[in-house]
Design a protein around this ligand. Structure first.
Ligand SMILES: Cc1ncc(COP(=O)(O)O)c(C=O)c1O
Length: 436
């Protein structure tokens, strides 16, 4: 893909996202069921609420608080700061170490914090614009990253999706062959919206490619605790070793408390990498410039979330997401059975909070004199002017072809919303099939 056609692909996909958000937002106050949001359905664990109460009680003094015997001096961090609380740094590294081999030496790790993974991605892209380096991203991806790249005029390449949306080592190798000047690759593991996460053999194959070509990897692991497939555990790219070489040296891992702790509003993400690698990328330059960076309250709550959320909380989220995916699939099977036609397709989700529903079975059919030929049109019609409507997110906003007619449903929505939304989708499908 030439530079120009790549830029227009990135722009086109980013613009689809902005257009979809604008459309969906305009129905937020209506009787429409919102199945397009990106929030967690479970409130943060009570440890967060208790910590907030504790801080609120001390607001006047605003000096220190104690949790589990650790005293945190809040007044040192009263204003937003580039500094990371030592306690938070340790909590991040404790959590990260769980994904790493026992030989992992955390003294060599550098941690940066930012306003969520999204701000850190913008910071990294800004760095790569300055260093004139190309990073390869793979569709389907999280659309906000494309807006971040365009905002900082970064030279990222967005590689078109494979026919089933799966990103394979072979797909990555081909993209690297076509762009030998690339400095590195950007992986979302597990992916939004597909939920794909890489198996050990795949990570090793990708690691070989990276080491062989002397590249780096940026890996977004924002939903790594939300793995639903009990047969395959999540493996972090940074933990991979091939031929005695550790991928930690070449990997910047991005995580946040947004998704797996239900704290998206907290705006706290972190980037972890080896000192050698992190010293070559200018992250603070951007985070300092765009906000003065992360305030003490957000740091304290992130510290609590990472240190004290019990494993049962994540398990509860996983069970709920799995159960919601089952509900969607049962609806899809029922709808098709009643229509005696495969109007919809949906597969069991392996990780993350999203379910893709493929409506390509309706492609070319008419609804209210409108031809159903792309996912934005579908999305708009399903909103039904706010009456008995349902809001899904068009999957083309992550890089799928709009004609694939894929919609993204948020599995972390309340069960009653999922059932009502699927019922409304059912009514829509039956109407379309009756008229055609
Ligand atoms: C893959 C992925 N990365 C990052 C984010 C946003 O993370 P943060 O809230 O930390 O900016 C999202 C939000 O949906 C996401 O899906």
């Amino acid at each position: 893909m030439s530079n120009n056609s790549n830029h227009s692909y990135v722009k086109e996909v980013a613009e689809r996202g902005v257009r979809a958000y604008r459309l969906l937002r305009s129905y937020d106050d209506d009787a429409c069921v919102n199945l397009h949001h990106g929030d967690c359905v479970i409130p943060p664990h009570p440890v967060i609420r208790n910590a907030l109460r504790e801080v609120a009680d001390k607001m006047e003094i605003w000096r220190e608080t104690k949790r589990g015997g650790i005293s945190v001096e809040l007044n040192r961090y009263r204003v937003g700061s580039l500094m990371i609380m030592p306690e938070l740094r340790e909590a991040i590294l404790d959590d990260f170490s769980k994904s790493m081999p026992s030989t992992f030496n955390r003294t060599n790790a550098v941690v940066h914090i930012g306003g969520g993974v999204t701000q850190l991605v913008a910071a990294l892209f800004n760095h790569f614009r300055q260093s004139n380096d190309i990073i390869l991203m793979f569709a389907p991806t999280y659309g906000a990253f494309l807006c971040a790249a365009l905002t900082v005029c970064s030279n990222i390449r967005l590689v078109k999706p494979t026919s089933n949306g799966q990103i394979t080592p072979e797909h990555i190798e081909k993209a690297l062959d076509e762009c030998p000047e690339a400095k590195g690759i950007f992986l979302i593991n597990p992916n939004n919206p597909t939920g794909q996460y890489f198996r050990k053999e795949e990570l090793e194959k990708i690691a070989h490619l990276i080491i062989e070509r002397d590249l780096i990897v940026i890996t977004d692991e924002v939903v790594h605790k939300l793995v639903l497939d009990t047969n395959n555990k999540f493996i972090s790219m940074a933990s991979i070793e091939v031929d005695g070489k550790s991928m930690f040296e070449r990997t910047i891992t991005l995580r946040s408390v947004s998704k797996d702790h239900g704290l998206a509003a907290l705006r706290l993400g972190y980037a972890i990498g080896s000192e050698e690698l992190m010293n070559t990328v200018r992250i603070s330059w951007f985070t300092y410039a765009t906000s003065f960076n992360i305030d003490d309250l957000a740091q304290y709550l992130a510290f609590i979330a990472l240190s004290y959320t019990p494993d049962e909380y994540y398990k509860f989220q996983q069970d709920l997401l799995r159960c919601h995916s089952d509900i969607v699939i049962t609806f899809v099977e029922d709808i098709n059975r009643r229509a005696s036609y495969e109007a919809l397709k949906a597969e069991q989700v392996s990780a993350g909070m999203f379910q893709i529903i493929d409506l390509s079975g309706l492609r070319g059919k008419l609804y209210n004199e409108t031809i159903l030929d792309d996912d934005h049109v579908l999305c708009e019609l399903l909103l039904q002017d706010g009456k008995n409507g349902v809001g899904f997110f068009p999957a083309s906003c992550g890089g799928y072809d709009p004609r694939d007619m894929k919609l993204r449903l948020t599995l972390s929505s309340p069960e009653q919303d999922i059932s009502l939304g699927m019922k409304r989708l059912d009514d829509f499908v039956q109407k379309v099939l009756r008229f055609n």
